[in-house]
Design a protein around this ligand. Sequence first.
Ligand code: MN
Length: 235
Amino acid sequence: MSTQNQAAGLVIPAPEIVTLPVQGDSARFPVRRVYCVGRNYAAHAVEMGHDPDKEPPFFFLKQSSNLLPDGQDFPYPSMTSDVHHEVELVVALKAGGRDVPAAQALDLVYGYGVGLDMTRRDLQAALKKAGRPWEAGKAFDHSAPCSALVPARRAGHPASGTIRLSVNGDIRQDGDLNQMIWKTAEIIAELSRLFELAPGDLIMTGTPAGVGPVVRGDLMHAEIDGVGTLTTKVI
Ligand code: MN
């Protein structure tokens, strides 16, 4: 036990607090939890073999330590041969609460980012089939590349606009935020019925159609109108 740990009253070093950069600000956004919404664009639900009707949203989580900053390489993960990109609008909360009404939910939002919900699709499919939890498919190291955040005071609350992902310059996903089945405010309201939300929470809001595999050497470029861009190379 080092004297530094002893001084902090800790038996091992404290885990790092993960932070994201903020556009136009030298101060950073500290991340608490990373919630993700499943099947939130009808065309993606269909491509995954599901009914596109509006069912209650469902949620899973990644770890804050899974975040990968914009511009850093995405290491191809272990135990898979089918890693997929899912470009998503990321919502960052500055306030929390329980049972938040949808009409007040956007007051909790600090800002927005561009994220990738990278997925070991082969493992996820096997876990789904076996009725097992999804973490091995979704919450692996570096599985959540994320851009700098843009504060809502600058960007507003984007409800429409292009959400796009290209691989090596070829457009693979090309949707619009207005295709989200559950809107940002509704997602926050629904999530707050299940979990007490808190400042620092991120929500990945689901992906439009066009998900697919990447291989080592691929360059992924994601963009959302009015929010930002994200670039990462698969190594
Ligand atoms: Mn997703």
